[in-house]
Write a protein that binds this ligand. Structure first.
Ligand SMILES: [Fe+2]
Length: 190
């Protein structure tokens, strides 16, 4: 389940209804997906894509996405810092940024034309569709782990275009992680 934080308002949204509604107000689509059949997050990419085929096809039909892949990032990924630095500055793309998280977590910051900057922390099971042109930036959480399905209208359109606004420097990439908001009961002791 994604968490939305709006630092300027001191608000944190933790329910699916509140997160979905807030994001929809900024034209960002949020869904949670279940695999059609049980699958491991470590399964081969083809198996992952197959497990979510129905949802992918539905989004493709609505968004005109023509290719899908599975990106796999770990703390041991070569040149990880260089790769992350490309996306941790405010930018936009000429096509939608569509991500379904298979494993791990990540933090999007969104800078809407009207309204305050806010953060969306996504984890396994979360689908987010950020429309083209939306100003945003992205960080991994402390575990530096994410595996995600990506959908593209044209992969070449996904090059970041930087705003150079410096707005991103005013926001710490803070992830809460699952222990802050466990599904039931208090977090387990360390
Ligand atoms: Fe991006």
């Amino acid at each position: 389940m994604a968490i939305v934080r709006i630092p300027e308002q001191g608000r944190t949204l933790k329910t699916k209804e509140a997160v979905t509604e807030y994001l929809a107000g900024i034209n960002i689509e949020y869904q949670t997906w279940e695999p059609e059949h049980p699958t491991s997050p470590a399964a081969p990419a083809e198996e992952i894509l197959q497990a979510y085929r129905k949802e992918i096809d539905a989004l493709n039909a609505r968004g005109g996405y023509v290719t899908a892949d599975v990106i796999n990032v770990t703390k041991d990924t070569p040149n990880l810092d260089v790769m992350l630095a490309k996306f941790s500055r405010e930018h936009w793309h000429d096509e939608d940024e569509v991500r379904f998280i298979v494993e791990g977590r990540g933090l999007f910051h969104i800078h809407p034309p009207q309204g305050p900057v806010f953060a969306i922390e996504v984890e396994a099971g979360d689908l987010i569709r950020v429309p083209k042109g939306t100003h945003h930036w992205f960080d991994l959480c402390a575990d530096r782990r994410i595996r995600a399905i990506r959908l593209f209208q044209d992969p070449s359109g996904w090059t970041p275009q930087y705003t150079s606004s410096g707005v991103d420097r005013g926001f710490q990439p803070l992830c809460f992680g699952p222990r802050y908001f466990p599904p039931t009961g208090p977090a387990a002791p360390a």
